[in-house]
Design a protein around this ligand. Sequence first.
Ligand SMILES: NC(=O)N[C@@H](CC(=O)O)C(=O)O
Ligand SMILES: [Zn+2]
Ligand SMILES: [Zn+2]
Length: 428
Amino acid sequence: MYQLIKNGQVLIDGQLQKRDIAIDATGQITAIEPTITAVPTDPETIYDAHGHFVSAGLIDGHVHFRDPGFTTKETLKTGSAAVAHGGFTSVIAMPNLRPVPDNLLDFKTLVARNQAETSVHTYQFAPITNELTEQTIVDMSAFKAAGAAGFTNDGHGVQTAQTMYQAMQMAAQINMPIVAHVEDESLVNGGVIHDGQAAKKLGIPGIASVSESAQVARDIELARATSVHYHICHISTKETVNLVRRAKKDGLNVTCEVTPHHLLLDDSAITSDNAMLKMNPPLRTLADRQALWAGLMDGTIDIIATDHAPHTTEEKQQSLLKAPFGIVGSETAFSLLYTHLVANGPFSLAQLTSWLTTNPAHVFNLPHAGQLAVGQPADLAVFNLTDTTTIDANTFLSKGHNTPFIGEAVQGDTLLTLVAGQIAYQKE
Ligand SMILES: NC(=O)N[C@@H](CC(=O)O)C(=O)O
Ligand SMILES: [Zn+2]
Ligand SMILES: [Zn+2]
């Protein structure tokens, strides 16, 4: 473990300033000062950040660790190593596992395994309904008591208004968020990419934007009627941005997330039958992408979450029609976002870090995450914002190499990640 981080650059009131950070034996930050002269006796416990950016540890509110059930894709060990490599120190894991942890025994076992087997703070979402697809809603209070961070059927939309309405009433009563994968299956029509130019050109069935936005519109009205905290996963369409903007204006407790890939890519990138560009929701149009940037700019979109969705190389080498939906995101998120949104984009480093630290801590009520401050756990990440590196799957700690961003030149490589003072990742 490290007890002193020297010569870091820390964001203070939106500006980078030189700071040293002292960490005690319990992993708490005890001082953040321009210069700390009380140096630990063991030189091994001193890390020289050499003027690089020291951030509060990032928070990812949407990851798939695949364990139990799909451990050829990822395990708790490889998934958490991957997120630490990306500078994340807290994540919330999705329950689309096998078995689905829709009974208390399986859920408690999973929560205990998350604690024991991951190198970061791994929180866990519980299902809304049995098997993520049935109508029977789980005993939400019992799952809350067992540690659930919220309720989601991610991978599946809740298909009936009746089930969603009841789930929202129950969640509102116990003050827990409904975290929604929004997808009206009656509007999907066997689509695998966005129903637009690329689908037409390649002769591949498309997924219309209304399959997302129609369900968002329904759910916002149900949220208005129940006063629940309604959080929308991976929004992808301009219509959804508009609906959320209006809901917020109306004072509803509605929040949402966007992924790095929906911000950085659109369906013009799909020029051949390449399943690395297949994910759910699909990459939409340039106009949608611009609406997502505008949504970040005006606060309609609260957070960026990766939807880290590892699959095996064999699975993703299949055609767009056959391959599973999803791409990995943990190990590329910060550098891609820093490069395109900040270094070459209109956003500030302070804005980017707010979408990855303070905002997710607030949205998901994680009181000890997202702040680099005295008295808080030393969850932090050091990023090299100046040198350019190339995204290389050989450096990935995830089992999943399924990303279209391989070979991209980026700034923002992770140098060090500490979780409560312990080294979760360090670049060689
Ligand atoms: N996003 C995806 O394309 N896939 C996710 C499921 C999901 O997040 O809906 C997965 O579990 O693979
Ligand atoms: Zn989803
Ligand atoms: Zn997901």
